[in-house]
Write a protein that binds this ligand. Structure first.
Ligand code: CO
Length: 159
């Protein structure tokens, strides 16, 4: 396994729509393993493959004290409610801002064995699903800010 370099805004790969995974082969398994290691090293909650330079629809979510969730070709199939949350991103290190996210979401995805699953989430997990699936579509949370003055500096800045 290897720790991969996390691409930072304004790297153009962050703005490209990632492609569907058509074959969950050994190279995809290796990307997943490396993404898990990279996410844990960065102490992040979620990572999308395009953040490590791989333009495929793969997301890893690891909420502290919970199991790692691997999502291949994830889709949000339902969302309800709205709430304000503070959000940061490994590709925009050193900043955070308040954005609107859903209260709950339901996602559909394949796991690393290729098995289709659905999962309903609230709170941080729902936020992570929305944030990471946005990444796969070339969207960063800062896109939702009316102006960049809304960005606050944080002490947290990996690298
Ligand atoms: Co992010």
């Amino acid at each position: 396994m290897a720790v991969l370099k996390i691409r930072k805004n304004p790297d153009p790969i962050l703005r490209k729509k990632a492609k569907k995974v058509t074959n969950i082969d050994v190279s995809v398994q290796r990307i997943i393993d490396n993404m898990i290691e990279t996410l844990d090293k960065a102490s992040g909650v979620g990572l999308a493959a395009n953040q490590v330079g791989v333009p495929l629809r793969i997301v890893i979510i690891h909420i502290p004290d919970k199991d790692v969730i691997v999502l291949i070709n994830p889709e949000i199939i339902e969302k309800t409610g709205e709430r304000l949350v503070v959000e940061g991103c490994l590709s925009v290190p050193g900043y955070q801002a308040e954005v609107k996210r859903s209260e709950s979401v339901r996602v559909k995805a394949r796991d690393r064995q290729g098995k289709l699953f659905r999962k309903k989430a609230t709170d941080l997990l729902a936020q992570a699903f929305e944030h990471e699936i946005d990444h796969l579509n070339g969207i960063l949370y800062i896109d939702y800010l009316q102006d960049m003055d809304k960005l606050e500096k944080t002490d947290y800045a990996p690298d």
